[in-house]
Ligand binder design. Sequence first.
Ligand code: SAH
Length: 474
Amino acid sequence: MDYLPLFFKLTEQEVLLVGGGNVALRKARLLCRSGALVTVVSHKVCDELQDLLDENRGNAVIGEYHSALLEGKMLVIAATDDNALNERVHYDAIERNIPVNVVDSPKLCTFVFPAIVDRSPVVIGISSGGSAPVLARLLRARLETWIPKSYGKLASIANHFRDQVKSKFSTINHRRVFWENVLQGQIAEKVFAGRPDDAVKMIEEKLAHEDPEHQVGEVYLVGGGPGDPELLTFKALRLMQQADVVLYDALVSEAVLDLCRRDADLIFVGKQRDNHAVPQEGINELLVKHAQMGKRVVRLKGGDPFIFGRGGEELQTLKAHNIPFQVVPGITAASACSTFAGIPLTHRNYAQSVKFVTGQLKNRTTDLNFEELVHPNQTLVFYMGLHTLPQLSAKMIEHGKPGSTPAAIVSRGTSADQKVLTGTLETLPELQQQAQLPAPALIIVGEVVELHNNLSWFGEEVLAQNLTPVKAEP
Ligand code: SAH
């Protein structure tokens, strides 16, 4: 280890910054954020830097640097483009045992500025010891996306309860278990969900409770997206990695499932067409049962849980049993398949609105309001419509939608074996009869489908001319 990471308490401490340009400004911002009293020395100080100093009780010495300015300083930073001057500052500081940083000159530094992830009071510093600052910045970008913005708030709340926890639990071990539960369970999640007051109440209750280990768990209803794991949200991933139990659907891809916590129990509750693995009531009961055992339950669904996902029903059951829950949206099939097929769902020239429609007709085509569906200038997206495509197409034509309206099937959207078949409202059922594209598949109807010819960028195309016509019935 070439550098020992330390955190300086700079509040009310004097710091000297040599240089008055943009680089100096960036350093000054950091120093002011940590409460330091900054003196800048330079022949010229840019306006922004001057304002910053004025707002933070700093001062600017306009003129030549001289070593007397180092008197009483805790740190010194040289941010000029004058190498000789930078070197002088370095040697003057060394002579007086003052830590010194010369920007972009690792050899002249006795300390370096790390890349910073600021969730004050939690602060993370990343350093490559001056050897590859860009690498440190890339790492920082990763941490920024991974650590919730409200981590700082969580730390402040924890700090508030420190003494109480210490007096309630006499051993370090008990305290550790208590904090581990608070900082990664439902209480932390309350803070991240913008409900810090609820979190405070829950900690108070937990402290007052006779047996803090015996608690009701929580359910996270998570949208797992269309299949490609890169399309998960950060929040979905974080909750999946905390789960004790995961109840997942047939539409959840293996790649997504792989990202759940290694020790989690994975329970398949998928419903395949005509083959209900676990009936809906059974799923509701399972959710309640596991949550009542104090577990963190992830209910993982394909796409978005609130779009043809029966997510609402599951939440109603949880609500009736007083089980806390959170919902994480996912990228729904309509959005994913259309983007991956290069078919914008709206377009100022072709479609001003888009409708998500279920193609599952419970044996009655009267379930759908076809009068409304045949309006021009809208895009229709049918979920679960692969098996009813012939009826859907016939009914829409019967109600006046032109048979020539462009239409497409996107099969297994976003996966490596995505296939797109295009035709018209009239021809698509027969083309599919020949192509036999597998489920899950989405049907898109509307002028926007034409844009696919131009904007297609992913996966395989199924060309109508390559299909073998189905033999006519004798
Ligand atoms: N909640 C899900 C939809 C569940 S209904 C969502 O928001 O996406 C199931 C239907 O979604 C399937 O019949 C199919 O029409 C569609 N679907 C889901 N994933 C798909 C995919 N990867 N490719 C094509 N269609 C998909």
